[in-house]
Ligand binder design. Structure first.
Ligand SMILES: Nc1nc2c(ncn2[C@@H]2O[C@H](COP(=O)(O)OP(=O)(O)O)[C@@H](O)[C@H]2O)c(=O)[nH]1
Ligand SMILES: [Mg+2]
Ligand SMILES: [Zn+2]
Length: 282
């Protein structure tokens, strides 16, 4: 029996990578159709080269549909203006789903200083890389690809450009910036994994551009645990159950006021707390 990984899905057809640059276009046995076969699934092929079995998944994301995600490259840039709220939600999402996040700060050719300011916010929170897809600085990302990886982030930050630069060919369609702003449309529709060597896959996605709070599936009371920058000060709060909500007995809030914790991170924490609380009420 052959083993492989699903790179692409189109209707009921799949492209399976069975290693050594061999791709097989095939279908799945009827009994598998109920639960579905997803891009990223590690599968077995029977003697007719039909998918007959799926290995147990590490995780399964529904939007975009992707199985076994190991690493998420969260892409930001000086332009378009970073959506820090979404970045923070993605970081929590990664923790909850055993995905390793990497913050990729693109377009440093436009404004290096702004890139460094973004990097400063996330120092000690997540690994970050500053680069531009216009020069070879983007190539350092190649060595970070391991297992199933996906690019995430707002539209127009340069996700498709990264894939193209790394593969050195035009495979993922790049939209012109102005056109995208006008119509606000997503160019990347079907999810596909690109092979970058043995057990190295990278997907260009669009679905994570605004992560719905519902996908976090946690309580507002629990999110404080996912802020390593808060944890350092939380021991100083008067109450161990402190939720760090603008309280005068809160060491985290004090640290924000003393500029030891990023106010952007803190404000978005309050926003996420409130949004999660509202979801529960309805
Ligand atoms: N100046 C500059 N522009 C870039 C860079 N990377 C991508 N772009 C441009 O940003 C726009 C959006 O890129 P695209 O890859 O389609 O973004 P996506 O929506 O995240 O896939 C395009 O006009 C790219 O040419 C970069 O490093 N520097
Ligand atoms: Mg794209
Ligand atoms: Zn507190």
């Amino acid at each position: 029996m052959k083993q492989g990984i699903v790179l692409k899905k189109q209707a009921d057809e799949f492209v399976v990578d069975i290693g050594k640059n061999q791709l097989i276009q095939t279908k799945a046995r009827k009994n598998l159709k109920k639960d579905g076969v997803f891009v990223g699934d590690r599968v077995f092929l029977d003697d007719d080269n039909v998918i007959c079995k799926i290995e147990k998944r590490k995780n399964l994301l529904i939007r975009p549909p992707l199985a076994n995600l190991d690493k998420m490259f969260i892409v930001v840039a000086p332009i378009p203006k970073p959506d820090f709220y979404t970045i923070d939600k993605l970081l929590i999402f990664c923790k909850l789903n055993s995905i390793e996040p990497i913050l990729c700060i693109n377009k440093c050719d436009i404004n290096k200083k702004e890139c460094e300011e973004i990097q400063k916010i996330y120092k000690n929170i997540v690994k970050t890389h500053i680069f531009s897809t216009l020069d070879e600085s983007v190539l350092k990302l190649k060595s970070k690809i391991r297992g199933v990886c996906a690019l995430a982030g707002q539209s127009a930050v340069g996700k498709s450009s990264i894939i193209n630069a790394l593969r050195n060919e035009q495979i993922a369609k790049v939209d012109t910036f102005s056109k995208k702003i006008e119509r606000g449309k997503q160019t990347t529709r079907v999810i596909e994994l690109y092979n970058f060597g043995e057990n190295k896959f990278l997907a260009d996605t669009a679905g994570f551009s605004k992560l719905d709070e519902r996908l976090l599936e946690i309580d507002e009371h629990e999110i404080k645990r996912y802020y390593p920058d808060f944890l350092k000060y939380a021991g100083g709060c008067k109450y161990s159950s402190c939720e760090h909500l603008l309280d005068k007995n809160c060491a985290v809030y004090d640290a924000v006021k003393a500029k030891k914790i990023s106010s952007i991170r803190y404000e978005n924490y309050l926003k996420l707390y409130e949004n999660l609380r509202k979801i529960k009420k309805y």
